[in-house]
Ligand binder design. Structure first.
Ligand code: PEP
Ligand code: MN
Length: 334
């Protein structure tokens, strides 16, 4: 149930109503907008007399929520959420560039890429340490050592870091990682989502390979239902019948998600297209359609990359693209 209060509702009235709901076993999520306060009731609202609440002088309206997105739906949180990652903001007008290799491979590799993307204005460094590979015989990542090297690159450049977590049991290893990525293959790993919900870590939730937007939002809802509202969504391409690209980048998901949810939405064109040449045009299109950030794979020597070399931009290609992204964002300003 959603209770919208009148703009002139007093703080004491808000608190009294909140306490009344809580005494009936409901959790109250309060959202303060510029004009209104919205109380979202989580739990069984059967104990509440909606008409009685609606009759209170400081209540504007009461709505029963039939949609399942209680926590990540715009209905309850009309203001866009801003998620902060190591001092970098995403959402609500804040745009961030995430760049780095698919996998962390060596100190020399990650530090030189980190320096290059930082010089090109990147905000956050990416690098996989635990890799969900389609074949069990492919490079699985350096694991803990990879995370240590990523932290080293952070120390060298000051860039916050993001890396993929594959299971809840890995959580202690990620304590000092700034942003925890849930990969496309793990989007419906509900144990992992619940475990992340119990942390206060920002979560980058990638859309599953064949996930609908509803399924993506419900996955975000899992994290948020545990009490962690710091979720960033990522469109990274979905399975279709395209022959020449790895996936099909569903750019319409960006404005659609912005309508459905307050959460920031970023785009990963690299995994969507799978080919270097197609990354820049799709990155620019994503910037133009309102994405809150981009995640792009970059490698100092793509031909030697241990994973996803074909889609990695060279450092200088990334720098050129980053400058164009800034220009597109400028041109697309409302
Ligand atoms: C990645 O970002 O390294 C990755 C594996 O992406 P996805 O989960 O989108 O395939
Ligand atoms: Mn990759």
């Amino acid at each position: 149930m959603i209770v919208v209060l009148k703009p002139d509702a007093a703080e004491a009235e808000k608190q009294e109503l909140t306490a009344a709901f809580e005494s009936r076993g409901l959790r109250v999520d309060r959202s303060e907008g510029e004009r209104q306060t919205v109380l979202g009731l989580v739990g069984d609202p059967a104990a509440i007399d909606a008409e009685l609440i609606a009759s209170l002088p400081f209540v504007e309206s009461v709505r029963r929520v039939s949609e399942p997105f209680r926590l990540c739906g715009r209905g309850l949180h009309p203001e866009s959420a801003v998620v902060e990652v190591g001092g970098v903001k995403l959402g609500g007008g804040h745009f961030a560039m995430i760049a780095g290799p698919c996998s962390v491979e060596s100190e020399e590799q990650i530090v030189s890429i980190a320096r290059a993307v930082k010089a090109a204005g990147a905000d956050i460094l990416r690098g996989g340490a635990f890799k969900p590979r389609t074949s069990p015989y492919d490079f699985p990542g350096l694991g803990e050592k990879g995370l240590a090297l990523l932290k080293l690159a952070r120390a060298e450049t000051g860039l916050p870091i993001v890396s993929e977590i594959m299971s809840a049991t890995q959580l202690p290893l990620f304590e000092d990682v700034d942003l925890l990525q849930v990969g496309a293959r793990s989007m419906q790993n509900y144990d992992l989502l619940r475990a992340l919900g119990r942390t206060d870590k920002p979560v980058l939730l990638k859309r599953g390979l064949a996930a609908t937007l509803r399924e993506l939002l419900l996955a975000a809802e899992y994290v948020m239902a545990g009490g962690n509202a710091r979720v960033i969504l990522c469109e990274r391409g979905i399975r279709s019948f395209s022959e020449f690209t790895r996936s099909t980048l569903d750019l319409s998901a960006v404005p659609e998600l912005h309508e459905l949810t307050q959460l920031p939405v970023i785009v990963d064109p690299s995994h969507a297209v799978g080919r270097r040449r197609l990354v820049p045009p799709m990155a620019l299109a994503a910037a133009a359609c309102g994405a809150d950030g981009l995640m792009i794979e970059v490698h100092n020597e793509p031909f030697k990359a241990l994973s996803d070399g074909a889609q990695a931009l060279r450092c200088e290609e990334y720098a050129a693209l980053a400058a164009k992204v800034r220009a597109v964002r400028e041109a697309a300003k409302p």
